[in-house]
Structures are given as structure tokens and as C-alpha cells.
Design a protein around this ligand. Structure first.
Ligand code: DON
Length: 569
């Protein structure tokens, strides 16, 4: 508080940008969250600002998304990244196309099915989370560059410029930044480059309002700006990654990096009460299960039951359990396994699952297993949503898996390595860090993409972009995104209310209905009476979202992240 009081006493002398940062540090926002021209919603105000500037200067939503993606890699190192991967959905109203760019990490060529097991075949989670073996081949640079080249208007160098400036000149750190580093210090301590990145030269911690500069990261971004995205995969940056691997028994080679390719995919598609829902297809499980859960719920009068009612929460939990049971069995990288997607997302299969649901009594998870969809076969990530006035919308979720990924910074390159290999099943039936059970379909294989829950989603109505949403939160991503859709479509909430409303989650195993603070105790008691094990836990997700109605753009910044910001043009 002392630092801030000092800053505010001199506020009149400061630039609007600095004042904006400091106002946000104090928890107040004064950005317009509605606009007739376009909107950005990200989890960091500096990324929102540079993306908004791109739109204001005539760039399109994809330009703004790529600029935000690189800016978050600088301003929010716990999840913004160039050392990880993710998924971007792009909807172009004019052509009617909705495409997905898959820039998920891949397992290195030397990866093996048992690499995260000991001699006795037991899963060794430490190895898949906090060592160089935890890192998949990063996809972010290639993915953002692909989006820009195919759908943007800016050069890669221009799109990198704001990130380079923020890394070089630095920015005043907010309390969330300071707290995050403090909480994760033990993870950085074994690695000299990580300590050098996150602590001052004398080893002391950054304090709120201190200027934070990242010269190694700035140099890496500059090399990419000068030489193109392949620099990361074949140039000096690739050499630095491989040297890091060779020094610490990691697996990623120059060949792995040179061979990395993002993939343009068709998103999963379904309908819900007349809206078209597009969400991420495999190697994410998000799209398949969002559509599956919506299909199950569509037949119930959720709007009449009301938000937060025991009836609607009960039905949502029952739909969630069945979807996550299927996830454990069927979902994986479609380059390696057949996923019965048409079956999982069909209305007929949903009707079959719905028939198992009792209104009066929760089905114990032990009585639920993966269904049979085949007959129909014919702790941090970050999400942002951007829409422009020309009918282009972008929904992007990307991650290094945990907050600060593996905790390992590539020496000399200034960025964190992901620990995404933990999203594979270390051993069939053994849960990953989010308690998610995976099977054969998600075993480790060379070159394979590990199963994800990330669910960037775009909703269209009558051919027009209507809603852009998604969230971080590991296993909670799919259910958070589901609730975003239901809050707007069923409960007619405005987008800020939809984002802020309390959330629930069930993932089949453990058999527990997890709720945030904010539901009424008598509702929770009614759920217990129906047989649910209700557990009140920490907040879930951060669903930076946009709704477009009658030509107006409305932004929703998630209050669960103190740096979240939605800015209209
Ligand atoms: O891809 C996935 O599903 C996970 N690696 C996402 C991790 C995550 O969301 C952590 N965040 N809160």
C-alpha cells in the first residue's frame, strides 16, 4: 500500500497508461466494457491494451489475438508463453468459416509409453511435472505465426513489437505477479536461469510497482521478429532449447523442433437451443464434451429451473459425470487413435445417457463407466477472446500447463518450458495433476499430442458471431465453459454477470460436486439430500469472454484474476 500511496500522490504527473496500470493495481477499472466497434478480453490489462490498440489502428481480430498472445508471454509468465502450446478458434462471419488452429505440444521422438513409470511400473509424477522430461515440443510460436499468416494482416515483426517493448523496457508489476512468484519460489530454486528470470540480481524478490525487465526474452522475441517463426525451431533459440535438454537429460532434439507443425482442424460442432456451438476438437476433449453435455441438458427446462437451483445443478452434475467418464476412455490425439466423435456429440447418444439420469437421486460415479457412443460413428492456462467490427472473432486458450509450467527457464532464452507431458496418462488409470483418468487412447507415443481440456469456444446465431468464451482451469475448463454458455443462453445473463457467477464442477472421479462460494446453503443441502457429495473449494477458471448483440460488443473480465480486463474500442 505504501508504494501505491506514493504513486497516487503524484498521479497527475503520470501518463494515462501508467495511471491505468496503477488504477488496476488498486482494483478499479475504467475501460468501456461495451462498444459498437470491437472488444478484447484477456487476463492481463497490458495485453488487452496492446490488442485494443491494434484494433484501433485498423488491424483485425487475428492481428490483435497474436499481439495479445505474445504480450501475455511477457506480462503474465505464469501462463502466457512461447514455451507451451494451445488452440485458437477463428470465426469469419463473412465467409462463414470457423476453423481451429491446433498448436498443442507434441511428445519428442524419444518419448516412450513408460517414461513416467519406475521399474515397478508405478507412475512417477515428479518426472512428468518438474523435470526436462516434462516438456513437450512447444507449439505457440508456430501456431500464432500460422494464424497471422493465414488470417491476419500484420507482419510477424509488427505483431511482436509490443511484446518486445514490454520485455525490454519492462512494466510495473502488479500484486498478482509478485504473489505468484513468491508462491512458486521452491519450483524455481533448483534452476539458475529460473531464479535469474524471476528474482533481482541480488536474489531479492520484486515488489508491487517495481519495473520488471526480461532481456533474454526480449532477445529471443527479436530473433523471431528478424528471422521468422522458424528461428524458434531451427535457429539460435532451437539451439538454446536443445542445449538445455542436453545439460539436464531432456529429450527434445533439433529434429523434434524442426519437425513441429501446427495443424488447421475442423472444430467440434453442435447446436443448443438454436445456437451453433463451435469448440476445440481433439487433441482437446473440450469440444466433444461441451457438445455432449449441452445435448444432454437441452431437453430440460433449465431456464425455468433457474440459475443455481438444486434441480439445474443436479442435472449439470449428472451430465458432467457421464461426459468425463467417456473422456477417460475415448479421447486422445486423432492422429494416433480413433475417437468416436460423431457418436459422443450425437443427440441420440445424449438421449441414451439422459435416460439414465434420475431427477431425485445422484448416480454414484462408481455406477457410471464410459458409455458406448460407437454405434453412432458414421493450476494455469490463459484464455482470451477478441472480436472486431468486420465479423472476425478469435477464441484462444494456451498454456504451459501448471502455473509457470515445469518451473524451468531455458538458459539464455528467457522463457519457461511447459510440463504438458503430464497431460498424457503416465499409466492407464492413474490420474494426472487434475485428477483426470486417461487410458490407452492417451498413452505417451512419439510425436503424439497429449490430450487437453482446453475449450476455446465460439457461438453463432443465424450465421453471426454471438459469443466468444473459454477458460483456464485444467479439468474444470470444460465445465466452466459449459456454464458460460448456459448462463448466457439459458439464464439470459449479461456477459459480466455470466463470467462472475459462482461455478460448480463434477468430473466423474472423484465423485464430488465441487462448488465455489456463492451458492445458497439450502441449495447445497438439497443437493446433499439427492446423494451428491458437495465440496466447497477455491474459485475455478478465468473466462474472459465477449457477447455480440445487435451490433454491440460486450466484454466480461473474470474477477477471479485481479489483472483481467475487457476493453472496448
Ligand atoms: O491442456 C490442458 O487441459 C491442461 N494442460 C490445462 C492446464 C490448465 O488449465 C491449468 N490451469 N489453470
Amino acid at each position: 500500500m505504501g508504494v501505491l500511496a506514493g504513486i497516487f500522490s503524484g498521479a497527475l504527473l503520470l501518463s494515462p497508461l501508467v495511471m491505468a496500470q496503477q488504477a488496476i493495481l488498486e482494483g478499479s477499472r475504467f475501460y468501456p466494457q461495451e462498444s459498437a466497434k470491437g472488444m478484447v478480453a484477456t487476463s492481463h490489462f497490458l495485453a488487452s491494451e496492446v490488442a485494443r490498440d491494434v484494433l484501433a489502428q485498423g488491424g483485425n481480430a487475428v492481428d490483435a489475438a497474436v499481439v495479445a498472445g505474445f504480450a501475455l508471454a511477457v506480462t503474465q509468465p505464469r501462463s502466457g508463453n512461447i514455451g507451451g502450446g494451445g488452440f485458437m478458434l477463428i470465426s469469419d462471419e463473412q465467409s462463414g468459416d470457423v476453423i481451429a488452429i491446433d498448436y498443442r505440444e507434441t511428445a519428442p521422438a524419444a518419448a516412450t509409453e513408460t517414461m513416467f513409470q519406475d521399474e515397478d511400473g508405478e507412475a512417477v509424477t515428479e518426472r512428468s511435472r518438474y523435470t526436462h522430461l516434462a516438456a513437450g515440443v512447444p507449439g505457440t510460436v508456430a501456431g500464432l505465426a500460422m494464424a497471422l499468416e493465414e488470417y491476419g494482416t500484420m507482419s510477424l515483426a509488427d505483431a511482436l513489437a509490443p511484446a518486445i517493448r514490454l520485455a525490454e523496457e519492462g512494466f510495473a508489476v502488479p500484486s498478482r505477479f509478485v504473489q505468484g512468484i513468491q508462491d512458486s519460489k521452491a519450483r524455481f530454486e533448483p534452476w539458475e536461469a529460473s531464479m535469474a528470470k524471476f528474482f533481482k540480481e541480488d536474489g531479492s524478490a520484486y515488489e508491487v510497482g517495481d519495473t520488471y525487465r526480461q532481456p533474454d526474452l526480449a532477445a529471443t522475441l527479436k530473433r523471431i521478429a528478424e528471422n521468422g517463426a522458424r528461428e524458434f525451431y531451427e535457429g539460435e533459440t532451437a539451439r538454446l532449447i536443445v542445449a538445455e535438454m542436453e545439460n539436464h537429460d531432456g529429450l527434445i532434439t533439433m529434429e523434434d523442433l524442426a519437425g513441429y507443425q501446427p495443424v488447421a482442424r475442423e472444430p467440434s460442432h453442435g447446436t443448443y437451443r438454436g445456437y451453433d456451438i463451435y469448440a476445440m476438437s481433439p487433441p482437446s476433449s473440450g469440444g466433444a464434451h461441451i457438445v455432449q453435455m449441452l445435448n444432454i441438458l437441452e431437453d430440460y427446462p433449465i431456464d425455468e429451473m433457474g440459475f443455481g437451483s438444486a434441480d439445474s445443478l443436479h442435472l449439470m452434475a449428472e451430465a458432467m459425470k457421464r461426459a468425463y467418464a467417456d473422456r477417460s476412455e475415448y479421447l486422445g490425439d486423432t492422429g494416433f487413435v480413433d475417437v468416436p466423435l460423431d457418436g459422443i456429440t450425437s443427440k441420440e447418444y445424449a438421449a441414451e445417457l439422459r435416460a439414465q439420469i434420475s431427477m431425485e437421486q445422484a448416480t454414484p460415479s462408481a455406477d457410471i463407466g464410459p458409455g458406448d457412443p460407437l454405434p453412432y460413428e458414421s493450476n494455469e492456462t490463459t484464455h482470451f477472446s477478441i472480436a472486431d467490427g468486420e465479423g472476425l472473432a478469435v477464441s484462444n486458450t494456451y498454456t504451459i500447463n501448471f502455473s509457470y509450467g515445469s518451473g524451468i527457464v531455458v538458459d539464455g532464452a528467457g522463457f519457461l518450458l511447459n510440463n504438458e507431458m503430464d497431460d498424457f496418462s503416465a499409466k492407464p488409470g492413474v490420474p494426472n495433476a487434475y485428477g483426470l483418468i486417461g487410458g490407452e487412447a492417451n498413452k505417451v507415443e512419439p510425436g503424439k499430442r497429449m490430450l487437453s481440456s482446453m475449450t476455446p469456444t465460439i457461438v453463432k446465431r443465424d450465421g453471426k458471431n454471438f459469443m466468444i468464451t473459454g477458460s483456464p482451469g485444467g479439468s474444470r475448463i470444460i465445465t466452466t465453459t459449459l456454464q458460460m454458455l448456459m448462463n448466457v443462453i439459458d439464464h439470459n445473463m449479461n456477459i459480466q454477470s455470466a463470467v462472475s457467477a459462482p461455478r460448480m464442477h463434477h468430473q466423474w472421479l472423484p465423485d464430488e460436486l465441487r462448488v465455489e462460494d456463492g451458492f445458497s446453503p439450502d441449495t447445497l443441502e438439497l443437493l446433499r439430500q439427492r446423494g451428491h457429495t458437495v465440496s466447497q473449494q477455491d474459485a475455478m477458471g478465468a473466462a474472459q469472454s465477449i457477447v455480440i448483440r445487435d451490433g454491440m460488443f460486450y466484454g466480461g473480465a473474470d474477477p477471479r484474476r485481479s489483472t483481467s480486463s475487457a476493453i472496448g474500442l
